[in-house]
Design a protein around this ligand. Sequence first.
Ligand code: PMT
Length: 398
Amino acid sequence: MLTGRRVLLVISGGIAAYKSLDLIRRLRERGAAVRCILTRGGEQFVTPLSIATLTGERVFQDIFSLTDEAEIGHIALVKECDLVVVAPATANLLAKMAMGLADDLAATALLATDRPILVAPAMNTRMWDHPATRANLATLEARGVHRVGPNTGWLAEGEVGEGRMAEVPEILAAIEGLLAGGPLAGRRALVTSGPTVEPIDPVRFIANRSSGKQGHAIAAALARLGAGVTLVSGPVALADPAGVRVVRVETAAEMLEACRAALPADVAVCAAAVADWTVANRSAGKRRKQAGAPPPVIELAPNPDILATLAAGPQRPRLLVGFAAETENVVGNAVEKRARKGCDWIVANDVSAGTGAFGGDANTVHLVTASGVEDWPALPKTEVARRLAERIAAAVQP
Ligand code: PMT
C-alpha cells in the first residue's frame, strides 16, 4: 500500500500517455495522492480534464501561470511529493533532464526537485537506440535517476522493437519499491541470469542448461526490497520480473557489454551460466554436410570472464556476488573461485546430474564469504533468492 505517499507524475508527449491515466487510478487505489504536470506534448494525447478527474487535483501545465505560482508554485510542487515519476518520458524530456534545461514547467520541476525520480522511457526504437538518448540515460542514471523499462513489443508506428513504455504493473512495482522504503531503496543492483549462447553458424549454437530461474528470482527479490534492478539475461523462457529492467543478450561478449552499460551499481550478482568459450571459426553461412567429407572441426576461443572483469574494473560494485556451478569438491572449488575472480561472495551449487540445480525449481547452496562457509538447506530457488537478497541488504547498509 502507498497510503499517504505523494507522487508527482509528469506526463510528456507520447502515445503511451494513455497508460498514465490507468497508472493514476492504480496509485490512488493504493492510497497515494497524485499530482500531475502535463507538458504541451502530453496534452496532445490526454486531456487535463481526464487527469483532473482521476487525481482529484488541478493539473499543472504552465510555468508562468500566476494562479498556480500564487497558490502552490513550482518549487512547492516538487517539495510536496515523495517521488517524481516521469511516464511517459520522451527522448526530448530525457535530453532536457540530462542537459539541465528549464524551459517549461516539467523541465523546471525536474531540475528543482531533490526527491527521487523514476523515469519510464517511451519512444521509437531508433530514437531509443540513438547514441544521444543512450548517453542522456547514462548521465541521468549516474546521477541516481531510477528507470523502469522500456520493453520490447509493438510500437505505435506498427513496428516491433525496444522502446515501448513499461506496463502499469511494472511501473507500480518500481514505485512501490522506491516508496515502500525497503532496505535497498535507492540502491542499484545488476543481476545476470540464464545461459549465453555462442553461434557456430547462423542456425547452430553452443549453449548450456541454465533456465534463468535462479537469476530471475534474485532480480525479483532485490526489486522487492526496493533496489533499482537491471537484469542482463541470456535467452530464457521466463516472464520478466515485475519492476525490473531487463536487457536481453545472447553471447558472453554481449552480456559483458550490457553489464558494463548497467554500471555504476551498488551490488552485482552474477548468476548467469556464461559460456567459457566462444566459437573461433564461426561460419557466416550454414555449415553444409558434404558426402564423404569429415565432420567440421569447431575451434574454441576463451570468452571474457564477466565476473572477474567487473571485479577488476574501475566501477567495481561495492558488493560483488558470483556463483559457482560445480560437480565435485563444490565448496573447495568455490573458495578458490572467490579468490581467483576477486568477488566478495560466492554462492556455490552442485550441478551434477540429478540435483536439478540446472532448470529445476529448488537449489542447495553454500554461501562462501570472507568469514567462512554457510551451508543452506535445500530450498525453492525463490527462497534462496529471498534469503540472499536479505543478506545483501544487510551487507550494503551504510
Ligand atoms: O538458471 P537455472 O536453471 O535456475 O540454474 C541456476 C544456475 C545453476 C545456472 C546458477 O545457480 C549458477 O550456478 N550460475 C553460475 C553458473 C556458472 O557459470 O558457474 P561457473 O562456476 O562456471 O562460473 C563462476 C562465476 O563466474 C559465475 O558467477 C559466472 O556467472 C561467472 N562467469 C563464468 C564464466 C565467464 N566467462 N564469465 C563469468 O562471469
